[in-house]
Write a new protein. Sequence first.
Length: 301
Amino acid sequence: MRWVWHLGGLSPRQLAVVVWNEIDKDDVTGRAAQLSFYFLLALFPLLIFVSSLLGTLFAGDADLYRDLLRHLQQVMPASAYQLVRATVDEITMGASGSKLSIGLAATLWTASSGMEAVINGLNVAYNVTERRSWWKRRLVAITLTVLLAAISGIALLLALFGGRIGSLLAAQYGFGGVFDRLWVTLQLAFPPVFMLLVFAIIYRYAPNLRSHGWQALMPGAFVGVGLWLTATWLFRLYLAYFASYSKTYGSLGAVIVLMLWLYISGAAILIGGEVNSAIREAAAKAGAPAARKDIEAPGDE
């Protein structure tokens, strides 16, 4: 699969031009707006489930709840975070087992709808026709939703309990101060690594392609994660110094900021898919067997 890391024979500049043209042709900006709507629908049922779970399992652990919100604050724009936190606080006050079950069912259905929109967007990026039946496509969407939720849960556990886990490992195996410093460094590396894994899994299973080597997924995964991190940072910087949506939109300002952030997330996923698609098509034209097989052999009928 060396052809992947050689960008299918394209130079970085040629790849950038091809991807830019494909973004316009495939209406990535419009599809990212569609994804932001589905992501918004999935967000609050997810909050109902997570906050109810916290209220049920960790009712007496206020520090854990604050740690969760602190990690969320590091990712989201400030006004969007305030909106989400206010919603979480309101819901957590009435956490119950029945709400937990309803939240789980609603989260799975609405989040899988968002994943199905990702599937459609990546099919367009890869220039393939969706040939899977409705129920099979929905099953793939639900499976991906559960799998990505599990990965996110592991990442969250490492973020919340990483210090305790490191201390237990050090005590169990007699590691010294070097291990403590190494573990702190690893904790900083965990979030981007898990994000790369999430993007790679989406690119591996969402589009209707039969053959899809893991190495072929990494250029788009690196680009998608890099774009998402960079765009999120720039967006937060812009909001901090240049924008005040509340003055224009009032109480809707926070909702608009949240939608824009979700829009950035959807665009990053789709652009990463466009990068992978451009490399594969260039490699197929150059005669790479693995790439040509993927282009010529779309997924299940």
